[in-house]
Ligand binder design. Structure first.
Ligand code: SF4
Length: 198
């Protein structure tokens, strides 16, 4: 059975689904079955809310400060579960809650999910990946035609109501592309995190 809760670099993560609406060329799932302490993050069958809650009940959160929804899939593809589990973790542990996302949750769910997220999460990190739609589509291969614009709209909405909202890129981009991404983030008043390639 795949890990639902896993740890990596002293952070605790929830792997609630393997569903994803992108097929990123760099996706870790294409070359590893697990991350950090986990051996396998591929669910034979995506877990139910009860199974996720049971995994939370069985985990010792001592020493952790934040609970992160991240991988091995896109957590907003299970938005109802994400919201319910986030409430459960908050009530049970008081940890800060973060979501790492591709930012396409409104497109995937065909509705504005930001108000629901804002009720239960403290921070959100949205993968920008590229400085324009054309290069974004090449690297993330999303299911939707207008994904890049939708991602930016989503980030702007989040930035209004979620205490810590950030866009993120990895430093494999050229200095020129990083500068463009910075300008995009600055023009929307959103913090840009430039992550080191690992
Ligand atoms: S959005 Fe995340 S899980 Fe989905 S393909 Fe891209 S890197 Fe992989």
């Amino acid at each position: 059975m795949a890990d639902i809760i896993y740890t990596y670099k002293n952070q605790v993560y929830a792997n609630i689904t393997n569903k994803c609406d992108c097929a990123c060329t760099f996706c870790v799932r294409t070359y590893h079955d697990g991350i950090g302490e986990s051996e396998n993050l591929w669910h034979k069958k995506n877990p139910t809310v009860e199974e996720v809650k049971a995994a939370i009940d069985a985990f010792d959160f001592t020493g952790y400060e934040e609970f992160v929804f991240c991988g091995y899939g896109e957590p907003t593809c299970e938005i109802d579960m994400l919201i319910e589990v986030a409430k459960y973790v908050k009530e049970k542990t008081g940890l800060r809650i973060r979501v790492n996302t591709n930012g396409l949750g409104n497109l995937y769910n065909k509705r504005d999910i930001v108000p629901d997220l804002a009720q239960v999460i403290d921070s959100i990190s949205i993968s920008l990946n590229a400085p324009d739609a054309e290069s974004y589509n090449k690297v993330t291969r999303p299911q939707f035609e207008n994904a890049y614009e939708a991602l930016l709209d989503f980030a702007e909405s989040c930035n209004k109501v979620i205490p810590k909202t950030q866009l993120s890129i990895v430093d494999v981009l050229s200095p020129e592309d990083i500068k463009k991404c910075q300008e995009i983030a600055d023009s929307r008043g959103i913090h840009l995190r430039i992550r080191k390639f690992e």
